[in-house]
Design a protein around this ligand. Structure first.
Ligand code: GAL
Length: 402
């Protein structure tokens, strides 16, 4: 489906031949149909914000794309290279958005990223200014989407930022909410009209229960929280507070608890394994947020663990949820294809604990084959009780199959 729609909607040739017809078909796609064409599993890639913040340019992005390939991340499933904020200059006399001197030729950059088998993501705001104070898309939505399509952009993160000021002037909270929905819908329609499939990533920090309406405005993912940071306390608060949101996610529309911090250096390896395991159980987008050119073998091993990624990318697309908690101990379960289950046994204390789970509690009274995913070890059939030794701030991630 993705390929068919992509072939129909992208590229200069079919547009020239079919002219307005293709644009018309794109305009007819409902948010639901659009959601079926991209992000059928949670998007995987890299975003430069967590590590580089405002220090970014064309050369750095190219080096990250190179490293995504040479590190094996591309082959493990990472695809998007996302520039995020601060690439924008002003507009030309025709009102077209221009990239600033850090990005002299966005189309050439997209061509380079595509030549590596990767895709390029960009960033804007429905407001007049982005969060870092650069040019936003307010009143230029169609023009910007058309420019992105022409450059070859594959992903747009659309960050509320200064649109907040417009919302503040609304007559009531309900009217402000409506304005926000309209602003996201407007850009979604502009993307459809531009005729190039792009993942549409909503960023408004989880306000107004975005999970309840994110898909209806065309969102393929929506941030459920404010920004993450490279600290266990922040990462774990965000991750564990995702409980209860599972029913809002599915193929083409995902809850986004923010980008990964794995490899940024301020958490211990066990904490990064918790981060990665929790995000996989949550069917969260896996957008690495570290410098891919300087990764330790341990960081690469965490980010490219095929079995953890397979849990995240499971085709059933069912987000996991908390099954049990007591004090510092939590059990999270995710249903996978073919009746398999992923079980995360989490220890939120800073010292090791033995945590016992009752396998029958997860609907498998007859016992299931268990594999310790991070250890890469088969554990044989488990039934009844299973006792895991879980490191401080760590996780034992099990995959149970019949
Ligand atoms: C924030 C957003 C961050 C980053 C930043 C750029 O609002 O949550 O992820 O995109 O803006 O200015």
């Amino acid at each position: 489906m993705e390929c068919t729609v992509r072939a129909k909607l992208s590229g200069a040739r079919p547009r020239r031949v079919l002219g307005g017809l293709v644009v018309a078909v794109a305009a007819l796609l409902s948010p639901e149909v659009h959601a079926q064409t991209v992000a059928l599993t949670p998007p995987m890639g890299w975003n430069r914000w967590n590590h580089f913040a405002e220090k970014i340019d064309d050369a750095t992005v190219r080096k990250q794309a190179d490293a995504m390939v040479s590190s094996g991340m591309r082959d493990a499933g990472y695809v998007y290279i996302n520039i995020d904020d601060t690439w924008e200059a002003g507009r030309n006399a025709q009102g077209e958005i221009q990239s600033n001197q850090k990005f002299p030729d966005m189309k050439a950059l997209a061509d380079y990223v595509h030549s590596k088998g990767l895709k390029l993501g960009i960033y804007s705001s429905p407001g007049a200014k982005t969060c870092a104070g650069y040019e936003g898309s307010y009143n230029h939505e169609e023009q910007d989407a058309a420019t992105y399509a022409q450059w070859g952009i594959d992903y747009l993160k659309y960050d509320l930022c200064s649109f907040d000021e417009i919302m503040k002037k609304a007559a009531s909270p309900e009217a402000a909410h409506k304005l926000m929905l309209e602003a996201y819908t407007k850009m979604h329609n502009a993307i459809l009209k531009a005729g190039r499939p792009m993942v549409f990533s909503l960023c408004q920090y989880g306000a107004d229960h975005v999970w309840e309406w994110g898909a209806s405005v065309g969102g393929n993912l929506w941030r459920t929280t404010d920004d993450i940071s490279d600290r266990y306390d922040r990462m774990s608060v965000i991750g564990f507070q995702q409980a209860g949101l599972a029913k809002f996610a599915g193929p083409g529309h995902w809850n986004d608890p923010d980008m990964l911090e794995v490899g940024n250096g301020k958490m211990k390896p066990d904490e990064y394994r918790t981060h990665m395991a929790l995000w996989a159980l949550l069917a969260a987008p896996l957008l690495a947020g570290n410098d891919l050119t300087t990764m330790s073998p341990e960081t690469i091993a965490i980010l490219t663990n095929r079995e953890v990624i397979a849990i995240d990318q499971d085709k059933l697309g069912k987000q996991g949820d908390r099954a049990w908690e007591e004090g510092s101990q939590e059990i999270w379960v995710r249903e996978l294809e073919g009746g398999a289950k992923a079980v995360g046994i989490f220890n939120r204390f800073d010292w090791p604990q033995d945590i016992e789970i009752n396998v029958a509690q997860f609907g498998v009274p007859g016992g299931m084959k268990a594999r310790d995913v991070w250890a890469g070890k088969d554990l044989g059939i488990v039934s009844g009780k299973y006792r895991a030794h879980v490191p401080g701030h760590g996780v034992v991630l099990l995959k149970l199959t019949h």
